[in-house]
Ligand binder design. Structure first.
Ligand SMILES: Cc1cc2nc3c(=O)[nH]c(=O)nc-3n(C[C@H](O)[C@H](O)[C@H](O)COP(=O)(O)O)c2cc1C
Length: 201
């Protein structure tokens, strides 16, 4: 049976979305079944409408399904993405994570394999602190965090973040190096989840 991976993200203006799509490609290359999901938007319509990039992206992704607790139960592995917001996880993704109390209580997130990705405006704008903040939640779940480390040349070429995949906002979205690191990371998390599942049989 194919490994099941959920790529779950929040993106206002599309940078995290593009990383998420590249991660999805890597997950598929590694042979997994994937659910590609955005989390529910919390911002008011007026705020979205006041920003062209935000409203364009919302329209472009209106057909992407919203993530649910069922996706977490279904998946063997999750890879979560968020924009960096003051060096932290966006409220939208955090709100989704904060709904996992029931699954956590039932032990249903224990030993799931998990990874993270983010995008920030500045090269040192808090990518690592955002990822580490997100990972606090995963440790409470008893999940198994698979970081990229320095396990592939693509990680060095994307800026050398060993905590998770990250990008620095560019006019055209993540660059080729960052997208290559994202594809690699999708494969890596999937391969670890597959190996873990095989060891349980
Ligand atoms: C409220 C808010 C807080 C932000 N905080 C940071 C930050 O701490 N560091 C940084 O470099 N960029 C920060 N940014 C910029 C975003 O992280 C960056 O533009 C990101 O690439 C957006 O991703 P998205 O296009 O997927 O929405 C912030 C943006 C907003 C709206």
């Amino acid at each position: 049976m194919a490994t099941k991976v959920a790529v779950i993200y929040y993106s206002a203006t599309g940078n995290v979305y593009e990383l998420a799509r590249a991660i999805e490609e890597g997950v598929k290359e590694a042979g997994a079944e994937v659910r590609f999901r955005k989390v529910h938007e919390l911002a008011p319509e007026e705020a979205i409408k006041s920003n062209q990039g935000w409203s364009d992206h919302a329209l472009m992704t209106e057909d992407v399904l919203e993530a649910s607790m069922d996706d977490l139960e279904w998946a063997d592995a999750f890879i979560f993405g968020t924009p960096t917001r003051f060096g932290n996880v966006s409220a939208q993704l955090k709100q989704f994570l904060d709904q996992t109390g029931g699954l956590w209580f039932q032990g249903k997130l224990v030993d799931k394999v998990v990874g993270g990705f983010t995008s920030a405006q500045n090269p040192h704008g808090g990518q690592e602190s955002t990822l580490l903040s997100m990972y606090n939640v995963f440790m409470h779940w008893g999940a198994i965090v698979v970081a990229p480390g320095y396990t592939d040349q693509s990680i060095f070429e994307a800026g050398g973040n060993p905590y998770g995949v990250s990008s620095t906002t560019h006019d055209e979205g993540p660059n080729e190096q960052e997208l290559a690191a994202a594809r690699y990371y999708g494969r890596r998390v999937t391969e670890k989840a597959t190996a873990l599942a095989a060891s349980r049989v």
